[in-house]
Design a binder for this molecule. Structure first.
Ligand code: NAD
Length: 332
């Protein structure tokens, strides 16, 4: 069987996912949820979507009566994910939700609980968890090829353009660069080191308070400490381009990736040489794998479930607390 997906939010990333899904064999775009009738019409024509699979933000609870949709992929501004995902779950459909899954760990946990209660799966759009170069570095680390892991560096950023966009609006974004792009460094620190952090420290710098209003972080540097003694040092920013780099160091070797989380191609090398894994369209591979996870219970190497999303949110909560208090925050 094929996973029949409706996309909610027909913006930039929704469009990218829809295009990538054209090459999927195990997943198919069959429906849309949008507040803009002209977009719905264009998508219907482009992707052959029947009228009965088109919804808006007021009526999408009716999707519960639609046997031709298995899952809804929520690709709207961050602040909307929580309520939309819970409504999808209540309609009895599996939820795929973009990162950040929610604005904080409390919201994230409520989404996990709602999906559990409704007996539907909840997955977060962590496309890097399926990316071949990334998985090769994880395999090498698990095989001990880097020795004892000591250090990770994650640098993630881009220059945020249009000051009117939702990404720079606290109400819709929930925060700033950390929610949007710094999450890649945070999530990367966890899957590269292969442990859960036990403390965080963090510092914020703001060079443009006009553009980056209170509650919208321009640049945050954060550090994580892990049970083994390994440490991570990360930078998240909305004010620098060409910042997309991971470095993992152990006592026997290293891995370096640049770009490390962009749409690709991902490039990298280790102490053993260049990484030469297949170049893939991340979103195509992600949707193929998510089909197997939802329909066949496949276990990915790095989890993409709601619990995984909540782990990142708990640490992001602590990073914001560390910024505010200037203190080292212990994580449970
Ligand atoms: P976007 O602005 O291009 O699209 C957002 C869409 O949501 C638009 O179509 C907009 O019309 C719609 N929308 C619905 N309700 C809205 C409201 N109340 N206010 C504003 N817009 C509303 O943004 P995007 O880049 O597509 O990001 C959407 C989500 O996808 C975000 O959570 C973002 O973090 C995530 N994302 C993930 C990746 C990735 O690589 N995994 C990449 C980009 C974006």
């Amino acid at each position: 069987p094929v996973l029949r997906v409706a996309i909610m939010g027909l913006g930039g990333y929704g469009t990218r996912v829809a295009e990538a899904m054209k090459d999927c064999k195990k997943a198919k775009l069959v429906g849309v949820i949008s507040g803009t009738p002209s977009k719905v019409k264009a998508w219907q024509e482009k992707y052959g979507i029947p009228e009965k699979n088109c919804y808006n933000y007021d009526n999408f609870d009716n999707i519960k009566n639609n046997p031709d949709i298995d899952a809804v992929y929520v690709i709207t501004p961050n602040a909307l994910h929580h309520s939309q995902a819970i409504r999808v779950a209540k309609a009895g459909k599996h939820v795929i939700c973009e990162k950040p899954m929610a604005l904080n760990a409390k919201e994230g946990q409520e989404m996990v609980d709602a999906c559990k209660k409704a007996n539907v799966k909840l997955l977060v759009g962590y496309r890097m968890h399926f990316e071949p170069h990334t998985l090769e570095v994880i395999r090498m680390r698990q095989a001990g090829e880097f020795g004892k892991i000591l250090f990770f560096q994650g640098l993630c950023g881009f220059k945020a353009g249009d000051p009117g966009q939702w990404r720079l609006n606290k109400e819709l974004a929930g925060g700033g660069s950390l929610m949007d792009i710094g999450i890649y460094a945070l999530n990367g620190a966890r899957y590269m080191i292969g442990e859960e952090p036990v403390w965080v420290t963090a510092q914020e710098t703001k060079t443009d308070p006009q553009k980056f209003k209170p509650g919208v972080d321009e640049t945050i540097q954060f550090q994580l400490g892990f049970p083994s003694g390994a440490v991570a040092s990360c930078l998240s920013t909305y004010s620098m381009n060409n910042l997309d780099k991971f470095f993992l160091n152990g006592d026997k070797g290293f891995a370096e990736m640049q770009p490390s989380t962009g749409y690709g191609p991902i490039k990298g090398r280790t102490h053993k040489g260049e990484l030469n894994q297949p170049v893939v369209v991340h979103q195509t591979l992600q949707m193929e794998e998510m089909s197997d996870i939802i329909l066949h219970g496949k276990q990915p190497v790095v989890p993409v479930n709601g619990e995984e999303g909540v782990r990142d949110l708990k640490i992001m909560d602590a990073i914001y607390e560390a910024v505010k208090t200037g203190k080292k925050i212990a994580l449970k």
